[in-house]
Design a protein around this ligand. Structure first.
Ligand code: G3D
Ligand code: MG
Length: 204
């Protein structure tokens, strides 16, 4: 048997997953965002507890993770322009959405992210209405906070037009650095709080 840090961190996640199965069901979450925003780095960081150099995502990656007090089946979908139309099939019946943004990117890229994010929310809102499911809450991860040009969450929220989303769309924005993992637990806890609140409201 091979004992190495990677194996240990993976095994710890497996044990946490098995233990958590006893107390709460897993939520399905789809991670989207422009290419190079840091989606795969974030997913692998959550899964293995350390930095893994991600190769560009051709299709999708999926991992089961325990984070922020929740159990998640996470789908990380490629963000290159030509594959963005595929996001719709992943987000159609998801419980929650994570939109990762490179908070240090130039104005043009942030504007591109704003357009794509609004589209994802519109499409997932329409699908949830058609399927009579609750609208998936949206967590925007303001990633790459380690870079000097990174916008803080409040500025990024404004630049992305989050306050202009429909009232029915629950959202939050959380700062993070997927390379070091800083902020990721808190970000997932924020997503869990949004999901719990929405599920409570839906039951009433
Ligand atoms: P994607 O899955 O959204 O396309 P990746 O993005 O996870 O493949 O990451 C794209 C690049 O951004 C990678 O660098 C990765 O290391 C880097 N990155 C991800 N998160 C952060 C972060 O929080 N801070 C910084 N500084 N870089 C980050 P390379 O050089 O491999 O392309
Ligand atoms: Mg990727």
């Amino acid at each position: 048997m091979c004992w190495c840090w990677e194996g240990m961190a993976g095994a710890v996640q497996e044990v946490m997953w098995a233990a958590a199965t006893l107390v709460r069901p897993a939520a399905h979450v789809v991670v989207v965002g422009l290419d190079s925003a840091g989606k795969t780095t974030l997913l692998l960081r959550l899964r293995y507890g350390h930095y893994v150099n991600a190769v560009p995502t051709a299709g999708f990656n999926t991992e089961r993770v325990v984070a922020g007090g929740g159990r998640w089946v996470v789908w990380d979908v490629g963000g290159a322009e030509r594959v963005r139309p595929l996001w719709r099939s992943y987000t159609r019946a998801t419980d929650a959405l994570v939109f990762v943004v490179d908070a240090s990117a130039g104005e043009e890229r942030v504007e591109e992210a704003r357009v794509e994010m609004a589209r994802v929310c519109r499409e997932s809102g329409a699908s949830s209405l058609a399927l009579r499911r609750p609208r998936p809450p949206l967590l925007v991860v303001a990633n790459k906070q380690d870079l000097p040009a990174a916008r803080d969450p409040a500025h990024l929220a404004k630049a992305l037009g989050l306050p202009d989303l429909p009232e029915a769309q629950p959202w939050a924005v959380a700062p993070a650095c997927a390379v070091t993992g800083e902020g990721l637990e808190e970000a997932m806890a924020t997503l869990k709080a949004l999901l719990d609140k929405q599920r409570q409201g839906h039951r009433q």
